[in-house]
Write a protein that binds this ligand. Structure first.
Ligand code: NDP
Ligand code: 2IT
Length: 446
């Protein structure tokens, strides 16, 4: 790593002890930036790197609520308003027991560059809670969301900070959060949250956008080698929002999607995953993926407690969570013939896994580029809200496709310009960073 970057990196690690995922996200971006700060000494002079790593504002709050048996529960809520150089803070909320400040900061840091890559006017932020929705009733989830928003509302606004969903937060939770925001503020401020329901300000294609976008990005990468996803064997991790619509789009493009997973295990269905059934079990019934094998019957296997990356794949789409693909899984995937890997999740591949893919010549797309379709479509939802309009599915999907092709081309061109063709990690980091850095320079020392 460049000496200037190394010094800032060491300072960031020392000032944020124990936040290992945040350190990992910073290191991964800094590894790419050496040639940029050689070209732009003004970024160093204006302390752009130090400022980028220090969130503009970090909010940590108590979330008290009562469970169905009348017991008081206390969770911790977070919102990290990371960087507003390009627009209002924008990024999802994650409800998962593993959430702590280090996770929210890694996600918020990634979000800055991802949002810059979309070309839309949105800054970076992220939030969430260590609340575990698993096994909770609808009424409990509603009371939790209402309590969470009762504190957070004062920091939000359509021009200030605009949350959306992430792990454990989907349309249902956004509904409860929006209802409470409206009640407290007495404002129908549609643009304060995205991922809303269609009849009350939501956008068509937003539910599908992250998964669709990831697959469109993977397909663009394949095209650079004269290939596509047609008839390719695809393995997906996760069975949530991103995974479901990644599988659906891969099938639309003619791929054979053979496996997906949840946090308990994975299913292999050589005849092609029945995505509607996965959606029914996981999204509608809020059940476990194990049930998929029971309902599909003979020929479908369910393996509990093991990694879906044991399944052979030509195209791998990690769509579950951070650090789910390590060096051993990457080595196995390469041996099984993988040639395309696109991250639907945020930081699912460890640095060691990425190194394995890159040295084997695998086309590898980092999450901040490949999964940017979700937040980009959130920005399209904000546009529709601002103009009190709603667009058709076809038009919105066309916009999403243009945005993903644009991100792909920008990353590829930047990688080429910096002498590292097909290195999408370098291309994404540099092109996202330069856009934010230029805006920060122009806006002075704030
Ligand atoms: P969901 O909550 O809808 O689904 C998450 C899926 O991942 C579930 O299948 C879940 O399994 C699995 N999973 C979650 N945590 C773990 C874990 N610790 N170990 C193993 N499996 C796990 O979330 P999303 O689909 O929205 O998010 C998935 C990823 O995509 C995240 O990294 C998120 O940050 C990223 N992302 C999401 C976007 C969006 O628009 N929603 C946009 C861009 C990125 P189980 O059902 O067992 O919990
Ligand atoms: O990681 C992400 O980009 C998201 N969870 C979506 C954020 C958004 O504001 O739509």
């Amino acid at each position: 790593m460049h000496a200037e970057l190394l010094a800032v990196r060491d300072q960031v690690h020392a000032r944020n002890p124990g936040e290992v995922e945040f350190h990992q996200a910073v290191d991964e971006v800094f590894e790419s930036l050496g040639p940029v700060i050689e070209r732009h000494p003004e970024y160093v002079e204006a302390a752009v790197l130090e400022r980028l790593c220090e969130p503009e504002r970090q909010i940590i709050f108590r979330v008290p609520w009562t469970d169905d048996s009348g017991r008081v529960q206390i969770n911790r809520g977070f919102r990290v308003e990371y960087n507003s150089a390009l627009g209002p803070y924008k990024g999802g909320l994650r409800f998962h027991p593993s959430v702590y400040l280090g996770i929210v900061k890694f996600l918020g840091f990634e979000q800055i560059f991802k949002n810059a890559l979309t070309g839309m006017p949105i800054g970076g932020g992220k939030g969430g809670s260590d609340f575990d929705p698993r096994g909770r009733s609808k009424a409990e989830v509603m009371r939790f969301c209402q309590s969470f928003m009762t504190e957070l509302y004062r920091h939000l606004g359509e021009h200030t900070d605009v949350p959306a969903g992430d792990i454990g937060v989907g349309g249902r939770e956004i509904g409860y959060l929006f209802g409470q925001y409206k009640r407290i503020t007495n404002r129908y401020e549609s643009g304060v949250l995205t991922g809303k329901g269609l009849s009350w300000g939501g956008s068509l294609v937003r539910p599908e956008a992250t998964g669709y976008g990831t697959v469109l990005f993977a397909n663009e990468m394949a095209k650079t080698r004269g290939r596509s996803l047609e008839e390719r064997r695809v393995v997906v991790s996760g069975s949530g929002n991103v995974a479901i619509y990644a599988m659906a789009k891969a099938q639309q493009l003619g791929a054979n999607v053979v496996a997906c997973s949840d946090s308990d295990g994975f299913v292999v269905d050589e005849g092609g995953i029945d995505v509607d059934l996965v959606r029914q079990i996981k999204e509608v019934e809020r059940g476990r993926l194990k049930e998929y094998a029971v309902r599909r019957g003979a020929g479908v296997s369910y393996v509990e407690g093991a990694s879906v990356w044991d399944v052979n794949a030509e195209v791998a789409l990690p769509c579950a969570t951070q650090n789910e693909v390590g060096e051993a899984a990457a080595t196995r995937l390469v041996a099984s013939g993988v040639t395309v890997v696109a991250e639907g999740a945020n930081m699912p591949c460890t640095p060691e896994a990425i190194a394995v893919f890159q040295s084997a010549g695998v086309l590898f797309a980092p999450g901040k580029a490949a999964n940017a379709g979700g937040v980009a479509t959130s920005a399209l939802e904000m546009q529709q809200n601002a103009s009190r309009d709603s667009w058709t599915f076809e038009y919105t999907e066309q916009r999403l496709t243009e945005i993903m092709v644009g991100i792909h081309d920008r990353c590829a061109q930047t990688a080429e310009e910096y002498g590292a063709p097909s290195n999408y990690v370098l291309g994404a980091n540099i092109s996202g960073f330069v856009k934010v850095a230029e805006a920060m320079l122009a806006q002075g020392l704030v």
